[in-house]
Design a protein around this ligand. Structure first.
Ligand SMILES: NC(=O)c1ccc[n+]([C@@H]2O[C@H](COP(=O)([O-])OP(=O)(O)OC[C@H]3O[C@@H](n4cnc5c(N)ncnc54)[C@H](OP(=O)(O)O)[C@@H]3O)[C@@H](O)[C@H]2O)c1
Length: 504
């Protein structure tokens, strides 16, 4: 039996203002998500989309472009009537944070559109621009009073990832934003939190009585968090070479997974309690010295290889990548969490590009049975007990345990119990963004990062960034594109008498 929560209410009427409306994110994810919400009657009747571009684009041209994007990226067959109704709500407005008067004009235009559409003054500003534009746009929104909540209307600011490039820049951006808006108005997106399985970690842990008693150092041997990508850097050389695997993936996506697995039970299922516990878990990651950070990390770049029928060049030969680049395309880390629940339980994290397969999962490895009771199979040769929360390529949960092989003798083999979202709930495919966009519109920020959570994440990766900066090319490893990653990543676990699960 399915119990649905009562939260499927239609959001308040509002204006949805998108900065960077001509960009990839808007076309690929934001508009297809709004379409999915419209198709399931989860958009308000009084609604408008205001698309901001820096150089004039007409509303008609913008609608055409968004329609093309929708046809290309929609996750379900496009119902022309629904799409037309949505796109009729779109108006293009020209504004550039470098040109202050353009924001005064935006304010005036918004007032007019809101009056015409009856959106009650509620406004959501979505920063779908490169991060360099976040603070300048926010400053203009602050200066013009566009974010000021008044007369019962709400004003919200959605900020895309990446949120900073290190602790100092994340702090600086938080400080800028908090000067012009309250924390309750700021929605820092990490799209991993839009995925069903990721949200399900909370439900799995806290809506079932059977997992929590064993969710600790007494029963768990270690945790592996993997986000492996098959894609290479492709045409994103310039962005990637100044970012790297650690900054791109760890303080955000991998730490979201880690904090959901490691957090203490929140007192209530509300944004304050959940985000407080998540931030606490990140803040408990053990600080590392430079020597420890080098010892507990592996960074590597891919070399030329073949993935399917695609020939991948050396990372350093990718367009817009420096020929002597020391930017990592793969990282593996060993972290410890300093609290009573997790003392002595290593968290191994790895992520990389151009690997053998696309796979994202959290694998909880339970301790072995304490006694060699079955003489047919020594305890150390029993199959390992894993609870695997799968995110890619299949969303679901798998429990691996030992069972008796049928027959007259006691023979033991590892078996799996599997739950796949797709099979059980038969849900329509989604972009993963609609939950997040819907939550912004209803004012539920439980799935968004709070300032302290973001900063705790950067704080935890800072020792690795510092250690690698000091080490330069020294210690940088390589792996073949299409492989499972660098051999040294295996060593990281082997020295603890453990091993990674296979990616492929
Ligand atoms: N694309 C994705 O799948 C994806 C996924 C997750 C997160 N993100 C994040 O979403 C944001 C947007 O990504 P994107 O892929 O859509 O980028 P994009 O296509 O390069 O750019 C988005 C738009 O931002 C505007 N823009 C560029 N520089 C600007 C500036 N200095 N000031 C104001 N506007 C500027 C441009 O529009 P105009 O020139 O018309 O103003 C551009 O079309 C980034 O922060 C990215 O990290 C993207």
């Amino acid at each position: 039996m399915t119990h649905t929560s009562p939260r499927q209410r239609v959001p308040d009427s509002c204006a949805f203002v998108i900065f960077g409306v001509t960009g990839d994110l808007t076309h690929r994810l934001v508009i297809p998500s709004l379409y999915n919400l419209a198709a399931t009657d989860l958009l308000p009747e009084q609604f408008c989309v205001v698309g901001i571009a820096r150089k004039g684009t007409s509303s008609d041209a913008l609608r055409d472009s968004l329609m093309k994007g929708l046809r290309r990226f929609a996750t379900r067959p496009v119902d022309e009537a629904v799409a037309r109704r949505l796109l009729e709500c779109v108006t293009a407005v020209e504004a550039d944070a470098k040109d202050a008067p353009s924001f005064d004009f935006l304010r005036k235009r918004l007032d007019e559109l809101e009056a015409a559409r009856g959106t009650s003054g509620n406004r959501l500003f979505y920063l779908a621009t490169p991060p360099i534009a976040f603070a300048p746009i926010a400053r203009q929104l602050g200066r013009t009073g566009l974010l000021k909540e008044e007369n019962g209307a709400w004003r919200r600011l959605v900020v895309e990832k990446p949120f900073g490039t290190d602790l100092a820049s994340a702090r600086a951006l938080n400080s800028e934003l908090l000067k012009i808006a309250g924390e309750h108005q700021i929605y820092r997106i990490d799209h991993y939190l839009g995925k069903e399985t990721v949200q399900n970690i909370l439900v799995l842990r806290f809506a079932n009585g059977m997992f929590e008693p064993i969710w600790n150092r007494n029963h768990i041997d270690h945790v592996q968090i993997t986000v492996a990508e098959k894609l290479d850097v492709e045409h994103r050389g310039s962005f990637y070479d100044s970012t790297g695997a650690l900054r791109d993936m760890v303080p955000n996506h991998l730490f979201q997974l880690l904090s959901l697995v490691a957090m203490e039970p929140p007192a209530r299922f509300d944004a304050h309690a959940v985000r407080t516990e998540k931030a606490e878990a990140l803040a408990a990651i053990q600080p590392q010295s430079v020597a420890d950070a080098l010892n507990n990390s592996v960074r590597a770049q891919y070399l030329a290889g073949q993935i399917g029928d695609k020939a991948i060049p050396d990372y350093r030969r990718t367009k817009d990548v420096a020929p002597e680049s020391t930017t990592e395309t793969y990282v593996a880390l060993k972290l410890a969490i300093d609290n009573w629940r997790w003392a002595g339980v290593p968290f191994y994290l790895r992520t990389g590009k151009a690997l053998a397969a696309k796979r994202s999962e959290v694998a909880i490895k339970f301790k072995q049975a304490p006694l060699a009771m079955f003489s047919c199979t020594p305890v150390d040769r029993l199959s390992q007990n894993y609870l695997v929360i799968g995110i890619e390529p299949t969303e679901g949960i798998e429990l691996q345990f030992n069972a008796k092989v049928p027959g007259p003798t006691i023979s033991i083999d590892g078996v799996e119990m599997t739950f796949h979202y797709r099979d059980y709930f038969k849900a329509e495919p989604s972009t993963g963004y609609e939950t997040l966009i819907y939550d912004c519109m209803i004012g539920d920020n439980i799935l968004f990062q709070r300032a302290d959570g973001v900063e705790a994440g950067w704080q935890a990766v800072e020792p690795f960034l510092d250690a690698w900066k000091q080490a330069g090319a020294q210690g940088l490893k390589t792996y073949r594109a299409g492989s499972e990653g660098p051999a040294d990543a295996n060593e990281l676990l082997k020295r603890d008498r453990r091993s990674w699960r296979k990616i492929c």
